[in-house]
Each structure stands twice: as C-alpha cells, then as structure tokens.
Ligand binder design. Sequence first.
Ligand code: WT7
Length: 654
Amino acid sequence: MTSNSIDSLLHESRRFAPSDAFSAASEASRDLYTSAKEDRIEFWADKAREYVHWHKPFTETLDWSTPPFAKWFADGELNVAYNCLDRHVLAGNGDRTAIHWEGEPGDSRSITYAELTAEVKRAANAMAALGVGQGDVVAIYMPLVPEAVIAMLATVRLGAAHSVVFGGFSAESLRSRIDDASAKLVVTADGGWRKGKVFPLKAAVDAALANGESSVTNVLVVKRGDNDVEWTEGRDLWWHDQIEAAEPEHEAQGFPAENPLFVLYTSGTTGKPKGILHTSGGYLTQAAFTHKNVFDLKPETDVYWCTADVGWITGHTYVTYGPLANGATQVLYEGTPDTPNQGRWWEIIQKFGVSIFYTAPTAIRSFMKAGRQIPEQYDLSSIRVLGSVGEPINPEAWIWYRDVIGAGNTPIVDTWWQTETGAIMVSALPGLTTLKPGSAQVPIPGIKIDILGEDGTRVDPPNGGLLVVSEPWPAMLRGIWGDPERFKETYWSKFPNLDAPKYFAGDGAHVDEDGDIWLLGRVDDVMNISGHRLSTTEIESALVSNHIVAEAAVVGAADEATGQAVVAFVILKSNQEHAQTAAEASALLRLHVAKEIGAIARPREIFIVSELPKTRSGKIMRRLLQDVAEGREIGDTTTLADTTVMQIISDKLK
Ligand code: WT7
C-alpha cells in the first residue's frame, strides 16, 4: 500500500445515509431508542414478551442484587428449542425453509421448520434414552452440517447445556473442555469436508478419550465423511441408528429462564481457556431482538447467511438461536470459501438468493486480494444488508464490501460484541443510522456503553480509553464455568471504585464528536487472528510443554490478511541448541502447537533466540518483540534489565 492510499483511507470521510425506500420499510424504528432510554428495564421486559414464548410468564425482569451475578426474567420458564421450532410450526409456518444446507462437495439439502422440529424431537428422545437431562453437559464436535444445529437444539430441548468445540481444535483441546464441564455425551461425525478433503473428527474424539477415565459415557457419530472409523463397543453409537429407533413425539417442557443453555470456551489472558456460561431467557431475548433489528430481518422473504461455524459464539447466536427464534430462512455451508473455486461463496449467494449476508473482515480482505472480477461473475443482486464481525473493519475493506458485494448501495452493519456479551452490543441499525466506514457506531437500544480512562472517568472525544458495559444486559455471561472468582477478577475488577460494577471488555475504543464508537483492538494479551481469539499465554504454555523448549514469548503481529498473526520467540534448552537447526526446531514446534491447541493457533513464524527482553521484575516486554515481528525500528529499551538483549535478538535474526 502506498502512503498515499493510507492517507486517503484515514481520511475516508464519506457518510452513507439509508435510502428512503430502505428506511420506509425498516423493521426498527426510532421508538426503540426512545423507549429504551425512558426505562431500560421495562424495554427489555417488553422485548422478552415480544420475541420469546414463555411456558410460564416472568414477573421479575432483572435481579442485580448480588453483582456481578445477574438474573434476568428469573421466575419465568421457557423452552429454547420450542421457541426455535414448534412455535413456528404451530403458527402455520412449518413449510417455510429453515436451513438451506450446502456441503462442500456440492451436495445440498433444504429442511423446513416442520422437518427440523421433527428431527430435533427424535434427537432429543435419543439423547434422553442415553440419560441426558437437565444439569448435564453435551459436547458437540462437528463439521458444519445440519446435525450440528439439531444436536444443539436437542440438547437444550431437554434442559441440558451444550459445549460446542470447534472442529478445528485438537484432541487435547477437546479433552480439556470435556473434562472442565464434565460432559456426559459427545456428538461428533466420522469426518467433514474441508478444502476438498475429509478431515477425521471421530479419530480426534477417540484420542481425546483414550487417556484415562473421563466423564463421557457415549459418543454419537453422524455419518458424513464416509471415512473409516474405529469403534468402541458400548460407548459409540451411530446417530442415524439412534434417531431411527427414537420415538417421534417429544413434548417440550419449560425450564427456568436462568437454566444453563451452553458453555463456550474462549481464550483469556492466562493459559487456560475460560468456559463462558450463558443461560436461557435473557440470551434468547437479546439474540432474537438484535438479529431482527440489526439485520432488518423479514422472515417471510429474506434469505439470511452468516458464514460463521457453530463452534464460535457468532455461530451460536446468529446461526442457531437468533435466526431460528425469528423463523428465518438461512444458508449453512460446510466448507471453505475457495473450494472448489474462488467464487464458491458468491455461487451460494446466487443459488439461494441470499439477501442478508454476515461475515468477517478477514474474509473480505482475502476476497479483495483475489480481485473483484471473481464476485463480478455472479448475480448478487438479492443482497440488501451486509454485516461484519470479529475485528474492526478497515475503511478500505468496508468500501470494497459495499461497492463490490453490495452493488454500491447496500447498508453495512459493523457489529461489536464478544463471546461474553452473548449478542450484538454496538452496531448501526440499517434503516436508521447514517453509516460511517470503520466505526461500529452506537450501542444497541437498551445497552449502556462507556469509554473510560484508566482512572474510571469518562474520556472526551477524540481521546481513547477502555470500553465498558455500564449496566447489566440480558445476554450477558452469567459466569465462568466452575470459577466464580475468575469471573469477578477478569471482568469486574478493573474499576472497583466506581459506585456500580462495570463490565470491562478488554477492548480499547474512542468516541468521536458525533458520539460514534471506534474500536481500537484488545488492550490485553489476547490476539485476534482472523476474527478468532487466541491468548499469547496459552500458546506460550503449549510451546514450553515441548521438551526442547526452555522459554517462549508470543506476540500478535499485524498481518494484512488475518488482522494479526501469531509470532513466537523461543529459547531452546541448552542441550538442544545443536540437536537440530533453527529451521527444524521451528517446524517441529509449529506442528506441536497445532497438536496441542489446533491448527488455528499454529504460529506464522517461530524465531529461535538466545535471550528474551525482560524488565527488571522479569516481565517479558512483548512490545519490543512485536517491533521485531512487524519489522519496525525497536522502541524504547531503557526499562529492560539488560539493554543489550534486543540488539542480540535483532542481530541474530538478520
Ligand atoms: C473480540 C471478541 C463476537 C464476535 C466474534 C468474536 C473483537 C469483535 C468486533 C468489531 C472491532 C471486534 C473485539 C472483541 N471484535 N467484533 N465489530 N469491531 N472488534 O468473538 O472471539 O469473543 O472476540 O473480538 O476485540 O473483544 P470473540
């Protein structure tokens, strides 16, 4: 990029107001902001009644008597699966397509709400027969096939909670998640399609369960890859056999609003991933409300596609729960965007007439790189709303997205939220907001966000600060699985002296003169790789778990395609220095990280060094390593215990 174009991007000052036609037909109206402002609590109570069917209506909205532990709609009862399925069938919409599923090799399947409901009922009966019920946890380790969604819904229909583990995570990662939540059942597949090949999942489950006793009593296996699998009699069962044998009828029972819905693991600043706990009523309310209003969803006519995998929070809230609660028709695609050709996503949009499309900036940047001539070969005229999530979208990518995918006139919503927030927190509403490329813009109605300085006072534009959520919200995490202390410490201890507890998100941000929010990235040791969160410490622990490593430091280095990339600096044990070349050691360690955590965590580069820059108190100065990793002039080294270290490192890497 020339300095000229950087300049033009920083000065991208165009604003995009919604067209009159779009505004006139908008699902959301300004009343949302007005009524939320008048009485935030009553606003959410209204939304809970509007968007959710309650088996037993609630009478209390928010209980914030023991912060930071919130309860929403606590005396109400609901069944989340009933909300996503049966009620649409009962309302006469059973024939509407719920899922247009497309397999990577090109096989496809459309499933109506009536069919999906029937499948989930059978799956729920099959799981119940294996002893699953309220209080249990089901681990789901699947490719993106309809059965992944069916397994999630069947679990929660029984009042049990799921823990979906992304299929790209290793056997080791799967095992630690199974153990942490004491999962009773694992739902997996023989394999799934990715980049033209079948990747084995069942084998990873076998490896995960091989080491010693576990909490798992059964493994349900969906046949997808047709690859060979090993079988443990008494433990392993084919999904299709169990579904076929199961009773077709299943009546959904109501469960308390605060019944655990799922746990989803995410990286924090320490080595061990945190099991983020979400519960039922509040989560579903905010998921459905935001899905409808942020994407201007018209369930009768829209075809919605969110490209996330159900292994991430985006897939939980905006593939499974939000869209299905709203009775939307959506696309689910198993594979990668460039298999078998670079136009695969656009081909799918054309095939199903996708009208709302939600993806990540990293994907948009890779399409930009491949060139606009590829999407231009397809008819994308069905698209009317575009969404972005996962990291800040740079104005250049924003403009490209609007021009090339959105025909130059489609609104783009840049949605800020997190695994912990459960649902979208900051975003434009497309029929109301004048859009500003690069800014996530405004809190959702009913959400209170502030940008604070280190001392807890509000910062004024254009200064940057820390983003906090100042009031509890319905879809907020209810805790970290099994670790209430870590929950308090991680999210609620940053500003202990303020009169009310504030949720600290870990992101830096600033507000401009119009009150619009600009996200500036993480302020902690969390990296953002292709919109996925990884912790520097977690990868460091994986590296030092290898016998050749004495010490390791990991940084997230700016990367044009993936936002950030993992770069590691490793000191080998003294007896290892001559046992292999630096290239061999780094190749071996890249594989080791993939095995320990998963391919997504594999470092882009590993530098073998003899020293690491540390302060006098022994803290690694990652900032200096980041300078090296990004090929910059090395910054201020005066606080180092040994100021010559950086010289030694950069000399060695030349
Ligand atoms: C972190 C949360 C929830 C979506 C997927 C990621 C970053 C997310 C944006 C955005 C700027 C964003 C933040 C946040 N992030 N969306 N629109 N603009 N940054 O979920 O893995 O829990 O990561 O992703 O840094 O803290 P996650």
